[in-house]
Design a protein around this ligand. Sequence first.
Ligand SMILES: [Zn+2]
Ligand SMILES: [Zn+2]
Length: 327
Amino acid sequence: MRAMRLAAARQPLQLIEQETPAPGPGQVLVQVSACAVCRTDLHVVDGELSEPKLPIIPGHEIVGRVIALGSNVTRFKEGDRVGVPWLGETCGTCSFCKTGRENLCDKAKFTGYQIDGGFATHCTADASYCFTIPNSYDDVHAAPLLCAGLIGYRSLKACGNAQRLGIYGFGAAAHIVVQVARHQEREVYAFTRRDDVTAQSFALSLGCAWAGSSDERPPQPLDAAIIFAPVGSLVPTALRAVAKGGTVVLGGIHMSDIPSMPYEILWGERVVRSIANLTRQDATEFLELAEHCKVETTVEPMPLERANEALKRLREGKLTGAAVLVP
Ligand SMILES: [Zn+2]
Ligand SMILES: [Zn+2]
């Protein structure tokens, strides 16, 4: 198999050739046909997350076909199309796992972080953490559903029934969340980097009621806001934009420090909360919902070998929708 592998943080990924692994008990061997690039991959490469397995093959929005089964796999058969997401393994016995919060499991392992991921021609995955992809999506367009879509969906759920929803950072997750939110007849306000006219017109084309720079106030107070940009200074900004009782949801795995702020902007029962990982229940719910809402993903397919360029463009905010690596 071929893969783009990270040997050490802050190094470029390197193209390697290695023997294709055999699937262990409970695992499937997947021939990768598409793997979307997520901001978390960028945090792994940039050394901003503390527990990577190194060397690691990044990538956790994988779509491919099962080409071999380990022992005890009954969920899939050879030839099945599967999606492999970020959550790769949990203990199943801790208090989090036992209360429907496996996303918080202390012993969880994550694809493309502690388990070799999908920036490759092949990968292995635990079959009980893989999902069937709705038939209405081709491989490349389905890939961003597996993290941008899932984390976006979990973030949206945390907003409760907020009618006026703000989104800070208009990348892959935002462009999917907007479509679900619009389907639910919410009003969406998009905040981008200053003067990012491309992102703002993309947001408006997806049905946002308003789009502007993140340092602008929305025309009306928001009921909730989701911050996808990894920028801590947006927390007080978003708190100032939400009405009393509103929630600010932080959808990313890493964020720069949050500046100190007056209690007054949190007062009035405003809530700040993070979203960590996903549960398999989220994945099942969201993949059904995506098909039901006819969510369309905007993708930029690129050959696997250009993974470093995809990461660079993501870092610079120069992608519309999601980059998807095709081996
Ligand atoms: Zn657990
Ligand atoms: Zn991700």
